[in-house]
Design a protein around this ligand. Structure first.
Ligand SMILES: [Ca+2]
Ligand SMILES: [Ca+2]
Ligand SMILES: [Ca+2]
Length: 453
């Protein structure tokens, strides 16, 4: 009886251990258990197959980034409603092994395997390859050159895992760009000889991924920072590619897809320049005014002022909608305090008459918006319109109370408050409602601050 009970306990412990192992490094990020796709029973049925591989000295492997990081993932690859299992291992010697299993009446059987060559599994994607729900397995490999990744896209066929595409790239977006219910793969690729970047769009045809279209990115691209999918002012689907620029600052390429042809809507056709999108500060394209069109942040001051630009001026951005063949359309202005992760939607009533200045002391930073001196000749009048105060450090709560600021937001490490002067210049004054409406935290602060963007 005792022995039986011990055996049972041992089995449960083994189960718990298995779950911990399977959820892999994602546990560290706190979402591992949430994203377990099914009950552990499915994993127990797999155990026999997995044990066979572990017994060769292999260990579980997990992806470094992305939403699909577990060592064992249950995914319906063929759209029949039954999940297949994909398992990742690191073999003795360092190569990676990926195995695919199909559910049978009493367990799982292997239907394919492939070996990987990278120094890590960077990410796992499952692009949809057809409207009927078939998925491919796209494995992104980390390479020794940290700015480049390798990708192998596998289809599951009767012959096992078959390679549909092998490519090296710098940045990737998986998205159905043309609305045919199958995902395109958009790669930013750096030319090893010229150093120039281009965007390559692949789609799945005839059971293979083929290059549908490609177009150069602007000559300023030093490294691609972020790619996102969205809609242009002209209503086209587009990839918005935000990049660090040679010579400093950032640029954006807006690449739309029209009739299967990629068109760069922001590049200067003659010089290949994307200077019209340049800004000094690290702010990404986003739908700043909430109208469904992605807007590109551009320096409010011309680029020629780069060397001498005042700190305050470089934080002012004009948000522009691009459409090929048309004048870019400004839709909003902001003041972005990137290091402090907040921004203001620039009030229309301020126009070009208001400047910003910043002072920092221990644990407090104050950004003051004032009417420019030439707009208010009487010297003694108060020119201040708004001061945004950011408190950090251990004493932040008591400092904020002592200063008598009104609190806007609190995050894990910062308190954001403001002061409105009592005698602000007429015509430019803001109300408390105005301030709470125009003050925002930058999106990347969402996880830390819990601000519902
Ligand atoms: Ca299936
Ligand atoms: Ca598509
Ligand atoms: Ca917009």
């Amino acid at each position: 009886m005792e022995a039986h009970s011990k055996g049972k306990t041992g089995k449960w412990l083994a189960l718990v251990f298995l779950i911990l192992l399977l959820s892999g490094c994602s546990l560290e990020y706190g979402d591992g258990l949430l994203s377990l796709p099914k009950l552990p029973g499915e994993y127990l049925l797999l155990q026999h197959e997995i044990d066979a591989i572990l017994s060769t000295g292999a260990v579980y492997a997990t992806a470094e980034t992305g939403g699909d990081r577990q060592a064992v993932q249950l995914v319906d690859m063929d759209g029949d409603g039954e999940d297949e299992a994909i398992a990742f291992f690191r073999m003795p010697g360092g190569d990676f092994l990926v195995c695919a299993y199909q559910r049978t009446a009493d367990g799982y059987e292997e239907i394919g395997r492939a070996e990987g060559f990278g120094s890590s599994i960077h990410a796992v994607h499952y692009p949809r390859v057809s409207a009927d729900g078939h998925l491919a397995l796209a494995l992104s490999w980390g390479l020794e050159d940290a700015s480049t990744y390798g990708m192998t896209v596998f289809g599951i066929t009767e012959n096992g895992l078959e390679s549909l595409l092998d490519i090296q790239y710098s940045s990737l977006l998986v998205e159905d760009m043309n609305g045919d219910s199958a995902d395109e793969l958009c790669f930013a690729v750096r030319d090893a000889v010229t150093g120039g970047y281009s965007l390559h769009i692949y789609n799945c045809q005839d059971e293979g991924y083929r290059l549908m279209s490609e177009t150069p990115l602007c000559v300023e691209v030093r490294s691609v920072a972020l790619m996102r999918f969205g809609t242009t002012r002209g209503g086209r689907s587009a990839v918005f590619v935000d990049s660090a620029a040679t010579g400093g600052g950032y640029v954006t390429d807006v690449v739309s897809l029209e009739g299967g042809v990629a068109v760069n809507e922001t590049v200067d056709m003659v010089a290949g320049s994307g200077a019209v999108t340049w800004r000094l500060v690290s702010v990404s394209s986003t739908d700043i005014n909430g109208d469904g069109v992605i807007d590109v942040p551009v320096a409010a001051e011309p680029q020629s002022g780069q060397e001498t630009q005042q700190t305050e001026a470089r934080f002012k951005l004009q948000w522009v909608d691009f459409a090929q063949g048309e004048e870019p359309e400004p839709v909003a202005e902001t003041y972005h305090s990137v290091a402090e992760e907040w921004y203001l939607m620039w009030p229309d009533i301020w126009g070009g008459a208001v400047t910003a200045s910043r002072r920092s002391s221990s644990g407090v930073s104050r950004t003051t918006f004032s009417l420019a001196p030439d707009r208010l000749p009487e010297r003694k009048s108060n020119r201040t319109l708004l001061t945004v105060c950011v408190y950090t450090g251990d004493n932040r709560a008591s400092y904020a109370v002592a200063d008598g600021v009104k609190i806007l937001r609190q995050t894990a490490g910062s308190i954001y408050g403001y002061i409105l002067p009592e005698n602000a210049p007429e015509g430019y004054a803001l109300t408390d409602e105005d301030v709470s409406e125009i003050f925002r935290l930058m999106e990347r602060d969402w996880t830390a601050g819990g601000y519902p963007q």
